[in-house]
Design a protein around this ligand. Structure first.
Ligand SMILES: Cc1cc2nc3c(=O)[nH]c(=O)nc-3n(C[C@H](O)[C@H](O)[C@H](O)COP(=O)(O)OP(=O)(O)OC[C@H]3O[C@@H](n4cnc5c(N)ncnc54)[C@H](O)[C@@H]3O)c2cc1C
Length: 236
């Protein structure tokens, strides 16, 4: 398989760095083709602005999504965006490796989504979710936390991680773009104990060996919603 790893951590010797390095070496040893977007090493620009386009349609008023649509039609994104989009089209499976920062992804990765998951390229009025531009590809979040697992349960202080924290990423970004998100890998509080870190690395290694077996998250296709964006009664 062609596998893209989008990696967002500023420190190569971090536990996120170790998970990324493990993924690269294991996947290559299994015969996969692997590309890595190491966003900090690339000094990836996180802010969305007019520099993202080689030509601007409306110089008087920057309507970012409209300019994205124009750039998609005319292949006129800045070269850094274009390179990431080409990697996505090449990939059959995308892994996102990051620490949870402020209940979300680090800003550099959020900026990657803002700029790379562009209107016209990834989505349009009629093409989103199960018909999004990256349809046919799978994606997995591999995240680390500061809070312990119990804090991320239904009645925990941080709330259910799947519903409160990862849903906006899995559903709002990956699935919206047409990707098929699979169950995430989470290393809880890796900064605490060496024995936990060893166990996480072993667990992750076995997951990497069975990427195609990881269950997908069962989201509804757009046809299950009515014209008011409500889930039809028969699917509730
Ligand atoms: C701005 C910010 C916001 C945050 N917001 C949240 C939040 O909302 N919710 C939350 O839960 N947490 C939050 N955190 C905490 C953050 O999620 C954790 O600090 C992070 O997930 C830990 O992962 P790391 O890779 O940075 O760990 P590191 O601290 O880099 O690594 C942990 C340990 O692993 C060791 N290690 C590295 N490689 C290996 C290896 N191969 N084998 C064994 N050990 C190794 C390192 O030496 C280190 O001792 C936040 C942190 C920041 C900075």
């Amino acid at each position: 398989m062609n596998i893209l790893i989008v990696y967002a951590h500023p420190e190569p010797k971090s536990f996120n760095g170790a998970l990324k390095d493990l993924a690269v070496s294991e996947l290559i040893s299994l015969g996969h083709q692997v590309k890595v977007s190491d966003l900090y090493a690339m000094n990836f620009k996180a802010v969305a602005d007019e520099e993202d386009f080689q030509s601007i349609q409306n110089e008087d008023f920057l309507k970012y999504a409209v300019e994205q649509k124009h750039a998609s039609k005319t292949s006129s994104f800045s070269s850094d965006i274009q390179a990431e989009q080409e990697k996505l089209l090449w990939a059959e499976f995308v892994i996102f490796q990051f620490p949870i920062w402020w209940y979300s992804v680090p800003a550099i990765l959020k900026g990657w989504f803002d700029r790379v998951f562009a209107s016209g390229f990834i989505y349009s009025r009629d093409s989103r979710y199960d018909t999004g531009g990256l349809k046919g590809r799978k994606a997995m979040l591999s995240a680390t936390t500061g809070s312990p697992k119990m804090a991320y349960t239904l009645y925990g202080m941080d709330g259910d991680i799947h519903e409160k924290i990862l849903y906006p990423i899995n559903h709002g970004m990956l699935y919206f773009a047409g990707l098929e998100p699979v169950e995430p890998f989470i290393a809880w509080t890796p900064s605490h104990k060496e024995e936990d870190r060893k166990r996480y690395l072993e667990e992750y290694r076995s997951i990497l060996h069975n990427l195609s077996e990881i269950p997908s998250i069962p989201y509804h296709p757009t046809s299950h919603y009515d014209e008011n964006h409500q889930l039809k009664k028969e699917y509730r």
